[in-house]
Design a binder for this molecule. Structure first.
Ligand SMILES: NC(=O)c1ccc[n+]([C@@H]2O[C@H](COP(=O)([O-])OP(=O)(O)OC[C@H]3O[C@@H](n4cnc5c(N)ncnc54)[C@H](OP(=O)(O)O)[C@@H]3O)[C@@H](O)[C@H]2O)c1
Length: 249
């Protein structure tokens, strides 16, 4: 009997959950538990880490999971690496549902950096007004560059912030170019720091930066172990059908 596990927390995972629920394909949606009120899903939801590779492998066996779709964010490298190892150990087929990285276009002023540490190092220098669009988890890393004025956009109201000069906007998105252009103009933004997340929901800030001629410090994606990569829900359904899953109507 088919029993999927979706590693979620992304727009792509939500789209897959909707399709699987509509087709009556049994599946569970897994959240890490990073945000206060995760979006409701039309499937059973579990929340929290599995306990590393061993924990996930045990979960797969204990819940007789037949397929895993890793639809986590491209920067969720630990989870994706664990998924490859655990699925190998538990002999469960794994596919990743990924989104293409953003590519530089005419008019963009991107400086590529390899990771968060390199982004922090690149911020060395005089005070600037920086739109730091990297999420909540890595804000502490930027505390060693306290001279800047930071604009943060976060999913939840933060408890305490490690940055002395900052404005916080609480919003989940998706965002629009016009909205982000107005935001950046109102805050006098001189630099955007962004992960190369890909997808449509968060790219408005890059379009706005291009329109305003604002430079972007672009954090490139982490490298991940080799796995089957699919880029949309239809491809996931094909992958399931090829492994004998009845896709219903
Ligand atoms: N990183 C980003 O920029 C970003 C942006 C948007 C959304 N997200 C979402 O936020 C979640 C956490 O991202 P992250 O970058 O913190 O991940 P990460 O660093 O790769 O994962 C750290 C640990 O969190 C747990 N975890 C991560 N994703 C999980 C999931 N979907 N279900 C259950 N446990 C999960 C795992 O704990 P155990 O080892 O205990 O199993 C994992 O080892 C992911 O679901 C991701 O899709 C991340």
């Amino acid at each position: 009997m088919t029993n999927l596990l979706i590693l979620g927390g992304t727009t792509e995972a939500n789209a897959l959950a909707k399709t699987l629920a509509e087709r009556g394909i049994p599946a569970t949606y897994s959240y890490a538990g990073r945000v206060d009120n995760p979006r409701p899903q039309p499937l059973p939801v579990r929340v929290g880490g599995f306990g590393g590779v061993e924990g996930l492998a045990s979960y797969l066996r204990d819940h007789t999971i037949t397929h895993v779709v890793d639809a986590t964010h491209p920067f969720a490298a630990q989870m994706s690496t664990n998924a490859v190892a655990a699925c190998r150990e538990a002999e469960v087929p794994l596919a990743a549902l990924t989104r293409p990285a953003w590519r530089e276009q005419d008019g963009d002023r991107w400086q590529h950096v390899a990771d968060i540490d390199a982004a922090v190092a690149a911020l060395d220098g005089p005070k600037r007004r920086v739109f730091l669009a990297v999420g909540r988890l890595h804000l502490e890393d930027f505390a060693v560059q306290p001279q800047h004025h930071y604009l943060l956009r976060l999913v939840d109201e933060p408890d305490a912030l490690p940055l002395p000069n900052c404005d916080v906007i609480v919003s989940r998105g998706p965002f629009t170019e016009a909205g982000d252009r107005a935001l950046m103009e109102n805050h006098g933004i001189e630099l955007v720091v962004s992960k190369n997340s890909g997808g449509s929901g968060a790219r408005a800030k890059l379009d706005a930066a291009r329109a305003l001629g604002v430079p972007v410090l672009m954090i490139d994606r982490p490298s991940l172990p080799q796995r089957t990569e699919l880029s949309n829900v239809a491809q996931v359904l094909d992958w399931l059908a090829h492994s004998g899953v009845n896709l219903g109507v």
